[in-house]
Design a protein around this ligand. Structure first.
Ligand SMILES: [Ca+2]
Ligand SMILES: [Ca+2]
Ligand SMILES: [Ca+2]
Length: 226
C-alpha cells in the first residue's frame, strides 16, 4: 500500500515536467525557417516528446524543439517518415490571454503543406461573437479581423527519412491578437497535426498534449536572449 502511494506521487511529480520546458541556452545560430533541421539552430532548445498518429495506423515518436532569440520563438517538429504525405497541416494554439482555457482572444499559428502548393503559413486567432454563432468558439485568420499582417513564418521539409515542420513567431508582435511570450512565466500551448494518407482518402489527427478544448496545455518559458 505504501509503495503504491509512493509510485503515484512520483508519477504526479514527473508528469507536469514533461510538458513544461524552458531552453537551457540561446541558439548558437539563428534558426532558419526552411524545413531543414540543423543542430546548431536548436542547440539548447526546450525539448518535448510526443507520439504522432499516422494515417496508415499506428504512431511514431516525435520531438518538438522550441527555442528563442531576442526577437522570435522558433519551433521544430520532427519525426521519421518514409514517404511524403499527400498533404499535412500543423497548428499551434496558445492560451495568449492566460485564462487557462481555449477561448476568444487566444492565438493560433500554423502551416498547411501540399506538394503542389508548398507550405503556407497562417496567423489566426480564436474569437466569439460577430459571425461566430452564439455559444461557439470560432477560429479565423488574423488578417480578416484587421489586425495587421501575418506574423508567422513556416516551412516543411522531408529528406526521404525525416519530416520537419518549422514555425517562427515574434516574441511580441505588438498585435493584441498575437501571443506574447514571457521569460517570467510559462506560455501555454497546444499542438495539432493532421497527416493525410498517400491516396488522399483519409487522415489522422494528433492532439498534444490533448484536445485544445480539454484545458490541458504544454508550457514554454522563453529564455533571456539578446
Ligand atoms: Ca531550419
Ligand atoms: Ca485562453
Ligand atoms: Ca494571431
Amino acid at each position: 500500500m505504501k509503495r503504491i502511494a509512493a509510485v503515484a506521487l512520483f508519477a504526479l511529480a514527473l508528469s507536469p515536467a514533461a510538458f513544461a520546458e524552458t531552453p537551457t541556452d540561446c541558439p548558437t545560430v539563428t534558426p532558419r525557417v526552411d524545413g531543414n533541421f540543423s543542430l546548431g539552430e536548436y542547440a539548447g532548445a526546450a525539448q518535448y516528446s510526443l507520439d504522432v498518429t499516422l494515417p496508415e495506423r499506428g504512431t511514431v515518436p516525435a520531438k518538438l524543439y522550441i527555442t528563442n532569440d531576442g526577437k522570435n520563438v522558433y519551433m521544430a517538429l520532427r519525426f521519421a517518415r518514409t514517404y511524403l504525405d499527400s498533404s499535412n497541416g500543423l497548428a499551434v494554439a496558445f492560451d495568449s490571454n492566460r485564462t487557462g482555457v481555449l477561448d476568444g482572444g487566444d492565438d493560433l499559428i500554423g502551416l498547411s503543406y501540399s506538394p503542389w502548393s508548398g507550405a503556407e503559413a497562417f496567423d489566426g486567432l480564436y474569437y466569439t461573437g460577430g459571425i461566430c454563432p452564439p455559444g461557439s468558439l470560432c477560429s479565423g485568420s488574423d488578417e480578416d479581423h484587421d489586425n495587421g499582417l501575418p506574423h508567422v513564418n513556416a516551412a516543411f521539409g522531408w529528406n526521404g527519412s525525416m519530416a520537419t515542420y518549422e514555425l517562427s513567431h515574434p516574441i511580441w508582435s505588438g498585435d493584441a491578437d498575437d501571443v506574447a511570450f514571457s521569460n517570467l512565466q510559462p506560455t501555454r500551448f497546444n499542438l495539432q497535426l493532421r497527416l493525410w494518407s498517400q491516396d488522399g482518402q483519409s487522415y489522422a489527427d494528433t492532439y498534444w498534449p490533448a484536445l485544445p478544448s480539454s484545458g490541458k496545455w504544454a508550457e514554454y518559458t522563453a529564455a533571456r536572449c539578446e
